[in-house]
Design a protein around this ligand. Structure first.
Ligand SMILES: [Zn+2]
Length: 220
């Protein structure tokens, strides 16, 4: 679905991924769940594009509900996958600290897991090879994405800023709908290692037209 100039989104308000479309090709941010592969291909068709137009994929962090079709894209189409150095191991299936789920509403929790299961969340495919990035990097990809370190949700959580789309993809640093409680409004996403999410408050997002959250709707 096109949600703005140069900006497309697949998935829904539970799990989403973004495509930034420029004359130089497409940069993908996050890869949802394995079952989003079909949504991804359908979106490319709707855009009049093909896999050959995809230049790279950036993971906002290494949690399994963001890895989706990333390894498949890497293996089948030779597309490089970028992730912050501090989350590279997590993206490859390494240990992650047990994060507290906090307060949970059963209905919202079931909706999250039902959707995750339907989209193949039970068969996570971890990365075997990644390009590690760091805070401040400008990646050699369409839209010249700028990596902004946002440790909190995980040590290697990042936001990705695209000036061309006037948008920032914040991953799980923020969500517009808490998948475990159903609470609506901008807030840190669940399964956060460091729930105080200090890095969110230290960043000034004022003036940005779009903050795309990977769980929740795009905030305009
Ligand atoms: Zn996460």
């Amino acid at each position: 679905m096109k949600i703005g100039a140069h900006l497309h989104r697949i998935g829904n308000d539970i799990v989403a991924a973004y495509l930034v479309d420029t004359d130089e090709g497409i940069t993908v941010v996050d890869a949802g769940l394995p079952g989003h592969w079909r949504d991804f291909q359908a979106e490319l068709v709707a855009m009049g594009r093909t896999l050959a137009d995809v230049r790279g994929i950036i993971l906002t962090h290494g949690d399994s509900d963001h890895l989706g079709f990333a390894e498949r894209l890497r293996v089948e189409a030779g597309i490089p996958v970028y992730v912050h150095a501090a989350d590279a191991d997590r993206a490859k299936g390494g240990d992650k600290p047990k994060a507290s789920m906090g307060r949970v509403k059963v209905g919202a929790l079931l909706r999250f897991f039902a959707y995750a299961l339907r989209k193949g969340g039970a068969r996570t495919r971890y990365l075997t090879e990644v390009h590690e990035v760091n805070d401040g990097d400008v990646l050699p990809l369409p839209g010249a994405p700028v990596v902004i370190g946002m440790p909190g949700h995980s040590p290697g959580s990042v936001a990705v800023h695209f000036a061309v789309a006037d948008a920032v993809c914040v991953g799980d640093a923020l969500t517009t709908r808490h998948v475990l409680t159903g609470k609506v409004g901008l807030q840190p996403a669940p399964f956060t290692d460091e729930p105080t999410a200090r890095s969110i408050r230290s960043r000034g997002w004022q003036g940005l037209r779009r903050a795309g959250c990977c769980q929740g709707t795009a905030h305009q």
